[in-house]
Ligand binder design. Structure first.
Ligand code: SF4
Length: 119
C-alpha cells in the first residue's frame, strides 16, 4: 500500500488529498476532498494524468502572436511533444477563434484551437 498527497486543481479551494493505492496501483481510497470532483480528479491524476496545454504561436501577416490551447486536456506525458509540434506550426491569417490550428496533436485525438481571432 502506498499513499500520494496531491492538490486538487479544479477550483480555488485547492484541497489537499491523500490517495491510497494498493500494490497493483489501484486507488483504494481518497481523503481530503471536499466534493466529488476532487475524488474524480484524484483517480485521474494517479492513473492517467492529463493537462490542458496553452501557448502562443506566431502568425504570418499578423504582428500579434495567436493564443492557442488544446480543446481538451491531453496526457501529461505528451506535453513536451505537443509544445514541440506547436513550435513547428506555420499559420497564416485570417484565423477565427475556435478554429482548429493543429488537428490530432501528437496522435492524442485532440485538436489545438485558436482562442482568439486574427484578421
Ligand atoms: S475537491 Fe472540490 S472543493 Fe476541493 S479543490 Fe477540488 S473541486 Fe474544489
Amino acid at each position: 500500500m502506498t499513499e500520494r498527497v496531491i492538490t486538487c486543481i479544479n477550483c480555488p479551494m485547492g484541497c489537499r488529498m491523500t490517495v491510497s493505492l494498493n500494490d497493483a496501483g489501484e486507488v483504494v481510497s481518497v481523503t481530503g476532498n471536499t466534493c466529488k470532483r476532487g475524488e474524480k480528479y484524484a483517480h485521474q491524476e494517479v492513473t492517467a494524468p492529463v493537462r490542458m496545454v496553452t501557448a502562443v504561436v506566431p502568425v504570418a501577416g499578423s504582428v500579434c502572436p495567436l493564443s492557442v490551447k488544446t480543446r481538451e486536456p491531453i496526457p501529461k506525458g505528451k506535453i513536451f511533444d505537443c509544445m514541440a509540434a506547436l513550435r513547428e506550426l506555420k499559420l497564416n491569417a485570417p484565423i477565427r477563434a475556435g478554429e482548429t490550428v493543429l488537428p490530432d496533436v501528437c496522435g492524442t485525438g485532440i485538436d489545438v484551437i485558436a482562442t482568439r481571432s486574427v484578421g
